[in-house]
Design a protein. Structure first.
Length: 380
């Protein structure tokens, strides 16, 4: 990948694709983690006296202007974090934007409006990408979380400008690549969440590299069905039972399933003794102990997806047990975005991990071995 530190950015207009898709409540940002994640790139460019133009999406406005998804609150928060005024323009292309960019001084920062107000953004439209590219002299992608999307501001724009990876994108690729190329063993993957279908590709890819895949979340019930266990009213994917069977058969016994389950009424039962009228909501205490032991002894651990209905007590215990065990592991510990990140934040453990990815979907596709469009265009 072409990296930002190799780029000549001094005094130049640099357009940076960031991921400011932050949660908002009543117009207020409830979590600014994604903004803080790109501060090193922005601060580096400011030191180089670049004129910085930031572009991002927020939410899913479906190609239409949505006032509740404007980026003005983000500009305010970024100003506070940088301790420097951030200009905000209520559009992302057009003559007003061009005029605002021309007015930038060295080290100034301008945030443009939500890219997804235009349907051309998600369509990877070359004309739209060109309208963005015309604003700047250099393009930097620092939005790993959307780099698996072939969108205009992530993919098509790189054809029109010298293009580089920002520091966050570089760090993500470096950490995830190390899991694929040179992991230390034992290497454990932990897969949770609702659907086997979301994780098939990555489970298949990781089975070739890891010593064990520990399964949790609602997807465990699809595996139980593959073993002809009773799962009661638990969520499972009926159309993926055959696939779960084949994964178990070809996994060389590397797939580890929970031995006990916490039911919706908080009772704990063995995995093969679930009653017909109950649903499973979490992995049980015996499983928590087994998983924790394996995690602590590992040299490399990758985790994606909660172990149960972690938003609700006491069904957060399985997920928190995994987070705690990983925080005590002395090896390389990587968390792959999404709900797992929320869980480690809830447990106040985020500083205890080697790497916490900003992109759930992107990290899974990367580990699956897929080409990510936003990274592909930055390669030499």
């Amino acid at each position: 990948m072409r990296l930002l530190k190799e780029a000549d950015v001094a005094g130049k207009i640099v357009i940076v694709r960031v991921d400011f898709n932050v949660p908002l409540k009543d117009g207020k940002i409830t979590d600014d983690k994604r903004i803080r994640a790109v501060l090193p790139t922005i601060e580096y460019l400011r030191k180089k006296k670049a004129r910085i133009v930031l572009i991002s999406h927020l939410g899913r406005p479906d190609g239409k202007v949505a006032d509740d998804l404007r980026l003005a609150p983000v500009a305010d928060r970024l100003s506070k974090l940088l301790k420097y005024p951030v200009h905000y323009e209520p559009d992302c292309i057009g003559s007003d934007v061009e005029f605002a960019v021309r007015g930038l001084h060295e080290s100034d920062v301008l945030l443009l409006e939500n890219l997804r107000f235009y349907p051309e953004e998600e369509a990877d439209d070359a004309g739209f990408a060109q309208k963005l590219a015309v604003l700047a002299e250099v393009y930097v992608n620092d939005a790993f979380a959307v780099s698996h999307r072939a969108h205009a501001s992530v993919h098509a724009i790189a054809k029109f400008l010298p293009s580089y990876a920002g520091f966050l994108l570089e760090k993500e690729v470096k950490m995830l690549s190390s899991l694929l190329k040179s992991p230390k063993h034992p290497f454990i993957a932990i897969m949770g969440g609702a659907k086997v279908s979301d994780k098939i590709g990555v489970i298949e890819s990781l089975l070739k590299k890891v010593d064990a895949v520990l399964i949790g979340g609602a997807m465990m019930f699809t595996f139980y069905k593959a073993l002809n266990y009773e799962v009661g009213k638990s969520k499972f994917e009926a159309d993926k039972i055959a696939l779960a069977k084949s994964l178990l058969k070809n996994s060389n016994k590397k797939i580890v399933l929970p031995t006990d389950v916490v039911l919706s009424d908080k009772r704990v039962v063995p995995a093969d003794k679930m009653p017909k009228n109950s649903a499973g909501f979490d992995i049980g205490p015996e499983t928590r102990a087994i998983y924790a032991e394996m995690i602590k002894e590992a040299k490399t651990v990758f985790w994606n997806g909660p172990m149960g209905l972690f938003e609700q007590k006491p069904f957060d215990r399985g997920t928190l047990a995994v987070a705690k065990a990983m925080s005590e592991c002395r090896g390389v510990t990587v968390v792959g975005g999404g709900d797992s990140v929320s869980a480690i934040e809830k447990a106040n453990l985020e500083k205890k991990f080697s790497h916490v990815s900003t992109g759930g979907g992107a990290s899974l596709e990367f580990l699956e071995g897929k080409k990510l469009p936003g990274i592909d265009v930055l390669e030499h």
